[in-house]
Design a protein around this ligand. Structure first.
Ligand SMILES: CC(C)(COP(=O)(O)OP(=O)(O)OC[C@H]1O[C@@H](n2cnc3c(N)ncnc32)[C@H](O)[C@@H]1OP(=O)(O)O)[C@@H](O)C(=O)NCCC(=O)NCCS
Length: 189
C-alpha cells in the first residue's frame, strides 16, 4: 500500500481513527478479556506492555503503509471499544485480510457491522482494493454472521490451520470482491 496519511471514518455512532499511544489502557481492556480472545491463536493479554507494543507496531505499520488498524471510538464519548484492521496487503493483486475485535460488553449492538461497512468501503474506494479476505474459526458464529451480513462468501475450509491456546482449530475462509460490494450498494445490509 502507498504510505497513507492519518484517516478518520465516521459512521452514525462511531469514529474510526488511527491508534494513539494513550489508547493503551482501553486497548488492553479489549484483549485481556478471554471472551474476546477465545478464537485467537494467542492467550489473553496479562500485561499493559503488550498493548503498548501492539500500538507501537500498529502506528509504524500505518505510517509505512504495511497495515492499517482503526480504533473504534463511540461518538457518544469515552474510550475506544475495539478495532478493525486491514493487513497482509498484496499490492499487485489489490487484496488484503480483515480482522476485528470489540470489547465484550458492547457485543450485540451492531457496532462491528457498522465499523466494517465503513472500513470495507474505504478499502474498495480509497485503497482501490479488489478483494478482502477473512479467516474465521467455524465455531465463531457471531463473526461469521457479521461477514455474511456484509456479503462475504464462504470459499473454503482449512482443518487445523491454527493452534488456539494449545488446541488445533479449523478455519473457514471468506472472501468479498469489490464487485459483490458494488452490487449490494443500495440494498439494506
Ligand atoms: C465477532 C464480533 C466482532 C461481533 O461484534 P458485534 O458488534 O457484537 O457484532 P454485530 O452486533 O455487528 O453483529 C453480530 C451478529 O452476530 C449474531 N450473533 C451473535 N452471537 C451469535 C451466535 N452465538 N450465533 C449466531 N449468531 C450470533 C448477532 O445476532 C448479529 O447478527 P444480527 O445483526 O443478524 O442480529 C465480537 O463478538 C467480537 O469482538 N468477538 C471476539 C473477537 C473476534 O472473534 N473477532 C473476529 C475474529 S475472525
Amino acid at each position: 500500500m502507498p504510505i497513507l496519511s492519518p484517516t478518520v471514518l465516521s459512521t452514525e455512532r462511531l469514529r474510526l481513527r488511527w491508534f494513539r499511544e494513550e489508547d493503551a489502557a482501553a486497548n488492553f481492556a479489549v484483549f485481556s478479556d478471554p471472551e474476546v480472545t477465545r478464537y485467537w491463536s494467542r492467550a489473553p493479554w496479562t500485561e499493559l506492555e503488550q498493548s503498548v507494543q501492539m500500538i507501537a507496531s500498529t502506528m509504524a505499520n500505518c505510517a509505512d503503509g504495511s497495515g492499517l488498524r482503526f480504533a473504534i471510538e463511540p461518538l457518544a464519548g469515552g474510550d475506544i471499544i475495539g478495532n478493525v484492521s486491514l493487513f497482509h496487503f498484496v499490492d499487485d493483486s489489490r487484496r488484503c485480510d480483515i480482522g476485528y475485535a470489540l470489547a465484550s460488553r458492547h457485543w450485540g449492538h451492531g457496532y462491528v457491522s457498522e465499523a466494517l461497512r465503513a472500513v470495507i468501503d474505504y478499502g474498495f474506494r480509497e485503497l482501490a482494493l479488489n478483494r478482502i479476505e477473512a479467516d474465521v474459526d467455524p465455531a465463531n458464529a457471531a463473526s461469521r454472521r457479521v461477514l455474511e451480513k456484509l456479503g462475504f462468501r464462504e470459499e473454503g475450509y482449512m482443518p487445523e490451520r491454527w493452534i488456539v491456546q494449545g488446541e488445533p482449530a479449523d478455519t473457514v475462509n471468506y472472501g468479498l470482491l469489490k464487485r459483490y460490494w458494488d452490487a449490494r450498494q443500495g440494498l439494506s445490509l
